[in-house]
Design a protein around this ligand. Sequence first.
Ligand SMILES: Cc1cc2nc3c(=O)[nH]c(=O)nc-3n(C[C@H](O)[C@H](O)[C@H](O)COP(=O)(O)OP(=O)(O)OC[C@H]3O[C@@H](n4cnc5c(N)ncnc54)[C@H](O)[C@@H]3O)c2cc1C
Length: 263
Amino acid sequence: MAWLWGKINLRSSSSRLLTECLGYMNGSFDKLTKELENYLIKKGCKINYNCEIKEIIQKNEKWEINGNKYDYVLSTVAYPITKKIYRNYLTEIEKEKIDKIKYTAARTMMIISKKPFTDFYWLNIGEKDIPFGGIIEHTNMVSSKKYNGKNIIYISNYMYSDDKLYTLSERELYQIYEPYLKKIVKNYNPNDILEYHIYDELYAQPIIEVEYSKNILPLKLEKQGLYVATMPQIYPEDRGMNYAIKMGYEVANLIIKSDIHVN
Ligand SMILES: Cc1cc2nc3c(=O)[nH]c(=O)nc-3n(C[C@H](O)[C@H](O)[C@H](O)COP(=O)(O)OP(=O)(O)OC[C@H]3O[C@@H](n4cnc5c(N)ncnc54)[C@H](O)[C@@H]3O)c2cc1C
């Protein structure tokens, strides 16, 4: 399968002489989004914050969203949300393609610990009876000095949204993980754990099935002025911030080149 091959190829080609070459943006992606935000505002863009979009309505060749009028609409949210927002303007084939793509959710637990857990940056876990998929020790890649000597560790877990684990509180989930952490982490001491937090994402990973490529939506939809650029359209590569940015350029160029006159 092209996606699986791509994933293995990418990971192995980022290694040089058996040493993985990884980068980290100091200050995290927040720095990039803040820069982008400032740039766009300087260019005259208006950004509406904390503003959920539930539907779009076409009136007199303009698209109306929350009372504002636009020439083009581009959805960058997950397929099921895009389907709801675009519901009156999608073709049957577009709806079918959207419905065929399933996602898993993800719950990522971030642990702040006085001591490192292991010497590794990334530990994949393939044991069926261990209820999480990996331990990613950020401060084994970036020095803990940047975090006042504290260690930042992520417990990664992808699951379906109807999984019982997806409904548990931070404390309940930690209690389920703890016995396994004790087994994996040498000299594990609960007193070293300073904090833990969970970050949830309902549409975390599109599931790549056989003949997946047949159901990928084009960036430009049938309806004039409507576009979509979101995770399931990244293929055969796996989703990633870099590919999201690349697709952003592609769709922006399509809109610029489109035949509608923009005032
Ligand atoms: C656990 C996990 C780990 C990952 N690790 C990495 C990694 O190490 N490196 C990497 O490159 N990528 C990683 N990714 C993938 C990366 O996060 C995505 O590829 C990227 O965030 C996609 O960007 P996006 O802007 O398309 O979507 P998102 O970042 O999902 O942004 C969509 C936005 O739309 C908003 N929204 C949703 N519905 C509405 C609505 N109705 N109205 C208005 N706004 C709405 C959401 O609140 C959200 O802010 C990871 C993803 C997950 C889940």
